[in-house]
Design a protein around this ligand. Sequence first.
Ligand SMILES: *[C@@H]1O[C@H](CO)[C@@H](O)[C@H](O)[C@H]1NC(C)=O
Ligand SMILES: *[C@@H]1O[C@H](CO)[C@@H](O)[C@H](O)[C@H]1NC(C)=O
Ligand SMILES: *[C@@H]1O[C@H](CO)[C@@H](O)[C@H](O)[C@H]1NC(C)=O
Ligand SMILES: *[C@@H]1O[C@H](CO)[C@@H](O)[C@H](O)[C@H]1NC(C)=O
Length: 460
Amino acid sequence: MRAATIAGFFLPLAASIALPRPDKVDYEGYKVFRLNTEHGLAQVQEKLSTINFDQWNIDSSRHIDISVSPEQLAAFEALGLDFHVMHENLGRSLAEESAVKSKYKRQINDDAWFDQYHPYADHEQYFKDLQAALPDNSEFITYGKSYEGRDMFGLHLYGVDGPGKPAVLYHGTVHAREWITAMVIEYITLQLVTGYGVDNVTTSFLDRYDFYILPFVNPDGFVYTQEVQRLWRKNRMPPPPPPANQSCFGLDVNRNWDQEWDGNPLGASPNPCSQTYRGEYPSSSPENQALTALADKLGAGAGIKLFICTTSAPCIQNPPSPRAPPPTNSIPHRFDWHSYGQYILYPWGHNCTLWHSSSGAHQQLAALTGDAIRTGANGTTFTFGPSCSTLYATTGSSIDYVFAKAGAKYSYTIELRDTGDYGFVLPPAQIRGAAEEQWVGQQVMLSLLDEVLFDGEGPA
Ligand SMILES: *[C@@H]1O[C@H](CO)[C@@H](O)[C@H](O)[C@H]1NC(C)=O
Ligand SMILES: *[C@@H]1O[C@H](CO)[C@@H](O)[C@H](O)[C@H]1NC(C)=O
Ligand SMILES: *[C@@H]1O[C@H](CO)[C@@H](O)[C@H](O)[C@H]1NC(C)=O
Ligand SMILES: *[C@@H]1O[C@H](CO)[C@@H](O)[C@H](O)[C@H]1NC(C)=O
């Protein structure tokens, strides 16, 4: 067995997730609620308009998830809404999230890594250790710098006869607060690194494709979530010069791509204060420029077989997604408090009525992947379909760009777990489950990339 171990010297890990800064946002006493909107979204929104809150999710048609500060709680409770508590005390949930004691021994195959979330510097070290565990078949790459000057890093893995085969490209942490995405990508990378030369199927993946694994495509935002504001989503670029609101930082790196960047008014926001701010012009962020250059280079080289952007539900949309409420004469059913999240989505994001010629193959591959996860791994269900019509419009998104401009054969966003209970603050105890099920799914996806899945005749 290949020794996937870095031992013999000791280099302490950063002691805890965050060295809190004086301006760190304190969520003690905040509560997070899920509000049922199935029988009257407009009424719920009208009542909510009288209080201050932060909305966590995009699609309001079935429920709205909000966090409410201690000062607003009495006013919120007086509204008499139908709700379910997601976090009784967000401050305590966040403390629990970072409280797990590190038993990790700095050996990449020490499973304890997946018991907790980690500081940015440790993640970077982890990738260097993964590289060192498969030195003849990998390189640690940097492909640009973030706005705040961090090296954007990743791992390039390849098999027999060296690099140069069609690429499989993974992105993680496009939205800073979605901590689970980097952990899941690390788990998949670990399986590839430790399985190469050991397990035939895994070996065949690296022998057929070059993997480009980019765990932090928004590093500045991620560090900000650890040091200042846990629920930060965007990057950390300052807003454009006056007259824009100078207190609103950051753009949404997944709305900044030069593909239908302003192709649909519902797909992103031109307002720098919005959570889905698209930037001043396409590819205006250094992060996006670096990602675009790498995708273009791979596309122009041996091509991209598969692109996957990992996110985690829920997200925030502005303006809200216009979707018809359920018909009033429909059969009444019990409201399902655990209904969102867990999607496998493919282009287009920008247009809900437009289909491309490989929609059928994308649909098939997503169905087989979702099936494998549901039956082979713990029963988690993933909904799949074209991004816009399945979930909501997104303009300037990575899946549209990498598919249309970098020519990827398959291009997906995978929205990882939440089961609907925790939102972005997924307890550390769920890291392993979330990661294992994605490896099950990826094994199916990677096995089928060169198969003919759909001949273009008839329904997929
Ligand atoms: C792996 O492949 C080798 C060579 O093709 C074969 O001899 C071996 O039986 C395979 N092992 C498994 C577990 O499939
Ligand atoms: C700027 O945005 C902040 C945060 O959204 C808001 O509180 C403030 O009122 C805005 N100021 C102006 C001048 O629009
Ligand atoms: C979507 O594409 C169709 C077909 O090209 C077009 O008619 C429609 O205007 C597009 N919708 C949007 C919102 O751009
Ligand atoms: C899935 O696995 C997790 C552990 O990773 C466990 O806690 C959970 O109960 C399992 N869920 C199902 C539906 O099997």
